[in-house]
Ligand binder design. Structure first.
Ligand SMILES: Nc1ncnc2c1ncn2[C@@H]1O[C@H](COP(=O)(O)OP(=O)(O)OP(=O)(O)O)[C@@H](O)[C@H]1O
Ligand SMILES: [Mg+2]
Length: 221
């Protein structure tokens, strides 16, 4: 399969502090990737870089045709239409109820409201949250918000899903619902990148591991 992400000698900084030293890796389209490393190693920073929320300091990085070093505002919105993202702090829109939050990626692509609503209900069902459709984020538990964020990240069949610690804090049952959703998406050809301290036990899907250690990203088979 073709390369979806190509990173060549990239470094990531916050001001003068370099948190990723020159590192190279690639992700093929259709890969299931675990991004591992201890707390503070740079997982979230790399996810943000892939989402074009943070720029690389040096090196080269591409997602498909998008050059992440040169990307402008309109290209960034275009890129993000092809991505599904689950932030570590969920980032649900607090003024919107859960179903509208889940509908958001569809509304952005211009799908009409009633179809979007129907699909959002289906996805809320998959994460066992349909009974909370009309609630607002503050009325949900942390784990419920996390599952809503995951429904939102998968609903528009993105090219790639970026999920930052999507199962941390979930019980075994909810975690398996969420992992099943990612596995189902991956079977449809969607590339999955999951940042996680560790790889879940008994995970029997073929995966690739990117590991961050002492500021360098290593590609493990
Ligand atoms: N906005 C920021 N400004 C300055 N430094 C930052 C910023 N965000 C993160 N850092 C620093 O970059 C390093 C990597 O942080 P990052 O959040 O990417 O780690 P992480 O691997 O996601 O950790 P965790 O597992 O705890 O979520 C840390 O040392 C952190 O303090
Ligand atoms: Mg993090």
């Amino acid at each position: 399969m073709g390369k979806l992400v190509l990173a060549k000698n990239i470094t990531i900084n916050y001001n003068d502090t370099q948190i990723i030293k020159p590192s190279s890796f690639s992700i093929n389209s259709g890969d299931f990737v675990f991004l591992t490393g201890i707390s503070g190693s740079g997982k979230t920073s790399l996810i943000k870089t892939l989402y074009a929320e943070h720029k690389i300091q040096s090196g080269e990085m591409y997602i498909g045709e998008f050059n992440l070093k040169k990307i402008n505002k309109s290209k960034t919105s275009l890129l993000r239409k092809h991505l599904g993202v689950v932030f570590q702090d969920f980032k649900l829109i607090s003024e919107w109820n859960i179903i509208k939050n889940v509908m958001l990626p569809l509304l952005i692509t211009g799908i009409d409201k009633s179809n979007a609503k129907e699909m959002a209900m289906q996805y809320l069902n998959k994460v066992k949250l349909s009974h909370k459709a009309d609630k607002f984020p503050f009325e949900l538990s942390g784990g419920e918000q996390q599952r809503a964020a995951i429904a939102r990240a998968t609903i528009h069949n993105p090219v790639m899903i970026l999920a930052d610690e999507p199962i941390s804090g979930l019980d075994e049952y909810s975690a398996s619902l969420v992992m099943d959703l990612f596995i189902e998406a991956n079977k449809l050809g969607i590339t999955i990148v999951i940042a996680s301290h560790s790889i879940p036990q008994n995970f029997d899907i073929l995966f690739k591991q990117l590991h961050i250690e002492k500021g360098k990203i290593y590609e493990l088979a």
